[in-house]
Design a protein around this ligand. Structure first.
Ligand code: PMP
Length: 424
């Protein structure tokens, strides 16, 4: 009989010639468990997904309760489905509490009237993944402004679909799939002079509030504020991609809260579902209304806002809020910084990050690969970044305790020592 590994290689479509091919039998909290009593600390949360840990009991309970009621009923947008309604309401509430206002695109309207009426509320459009949320957001911006030009950032990653790919700059990934979307330009991340590219022809600028796959790059507050100003001046929609940095990853529910800016559209996915697939783009109700008209059904989805994913997402949001998971993210950040920095070992060249979205830089990809392989042997799963292969990704579930952080760092330091030994 063929092994599970062989069947995986034979029948599950592969994304690279060298998959990790780790076989996990179950997962809980920050741990993943395999056969022969193997156990790994998941220090990357399944790439920014398990922010509340694997199989959080409250998320499981919410899913089980929903399974007794219904799963798919009808394509997105037609029926009143309580899980969607409750989640969308709770998400709107997060903007009200974080921004002190009900709605996102206040910057694009000059008239007081729009700012204070009932219309001034947020709406969430539910989809199934990050890339889909990005697609929806840029369609909305084009439809809202009547413009076609889109601007992305150098080294951005917004997903693998055609439009999402167009918004990044990696020629290596784009070239084989040309032609992509036309009329796209790029600005440097965190560079003020580039902002002059944004004009009255620009429909939207999309930016990861904190760049993820570029290796955790944090923009200056002054840059994001100048970007916000430029977008408002030119009537350009500012889209913040919070797919990786949102849902508590940086220590605030939304990363843009660190920078005192208000985007016009927020896109989320990954950590939002507590382990279930869901994505969303959120905007003012007024902006979002564009998608229900001229043409009607201009953006539709069969599974968007799946009720089981929505209850999981709402439970995740409540866990973050009720268990006050964001309160000690800063302390946990400091502990990682204290244990993994160029002073702890000369192999570490730099420690970057915000909240629990961290990167540890090494001399080379080859060295990092060795460290990661040793980590896996010693019981810890890490990774590098798509556009930054000399840095180790550290983004544990927010529920990680200080004791567990110490244990994880001890493994990483031992793996570094072993990698150094390999070099001799
Ligand atoms: N935007 C960002 C910032 C991401 O990190 C990712 C996924 N790594 C995406 C978009 C795409 O999300 P998905 O893989 O769910 O399509």
């Amino acid at each position: 009989m063929l092994s599970s590994r062989q069947l995986f290689l034979n029948h599950v479509a592969q994304t690279s010639p060298f998959p990790l091919a780790l076989e996990v039998h179950n997962a809980k909290g920050i741990y993943m468990f395999g056969s022969k009593n193997r156990k790994w600390i998941d220090i990357i949360s399944g790439i920014g997904v398990s922010n509340v840990g694997h199989r959080h009991p409250k998320v499981i309970k919410a899913i089980q309760r929903q399974l007794r009621k219904y799963m798919h009923l009808m394509v997105y947008g037609e029926f009143i489905q309580t899980p969607q309604v409750q989640l969308a309401t709770a998400l709107s509430e997060t903007f009200k509490t974080t921004l002190g206002q009900d709605f996102l695109d206040k910057n694009l309207y000059n008239d007081e009237e729009n700012n204070n009426t009932e219309v001034a509320q947020n709406a969430t459009y539910f989809v199934n993944s990050g890339s889909e949320a990005v697609e929806g957001a840029i369609k909305l911006a084009k439809r809202f402004t009547g413009r076609t030009q889109l601007i992305g950032c150098h080294n951005a990653y917004h997903g693998s679909t055609h439009a999402a790919l167009s918004l990044g700059t990696s020629e290596q990934w784009k070239e084989p799939f040309l032609p992509l979307l036309p009329n796209i330009d790029h600005i440097c991340f965190d560079s003020l002079p580039c902002l002059s590219k944004i004009t009255e022809k620009t429909a939207a600028v999309i930016i990861e509030t904190v760049q993820g796959e570029a290796g955790v790059r944090i923009p200056k507050k002054s840059f994001l504020q100048a970007l916000r100003k430029k977008c408002s001046e030119t009537g350009t929609v500012l889209i913040c991609d919070e797919i990786q940095c949102g849902f508590g990853r940086t220590g605030k529910l939304w990363a843009f809260e660190h920078f005192d800016i208000t985007p016009d559209i927020v896109v989320a996915a990954k950590g939002m579902g507590g382990g279930m697939p869901i994505g969303a783009f959120m905007a003012s109700k007024q902006m979002m209304a564009c998608l229900s008209d001229n043409p009607i059904l201009g953006h539709i989805s069969t599974f968007g806002g799946h009720p089981v994913s929505c209850v999981a997402s709402l439970a995740t949001l409540k866990v973050i809020q009720e268990e006050k998971l964001l309160e000690n993210v800063e302390e946990k950040h400091e502990l990682f910084r204290q244990l993994l920095n160029p002073e702890t070992t000369k192999a570490i060249k730099e420690f970057r990050g915000i909240g629990l979205m961290l990167a540890v830089k090494f001399e080379s990809f080859e060295f990092l690969q060795k460290v990661i392989a040793h980590c896996l042997d010693l019981g810890l799963l890490s990774d590098w970044f798509l556009y930054c292969d000399n840095s180790m990704r550290i983004a544990p579930p927010l529920i990680i305790t200080k004791k567990e952080i110490k244990k994880a760092c001890k493994i990483i330091l031992e793996a570094i020592r072993l990698a150094e030994e390999d070099e001799i």
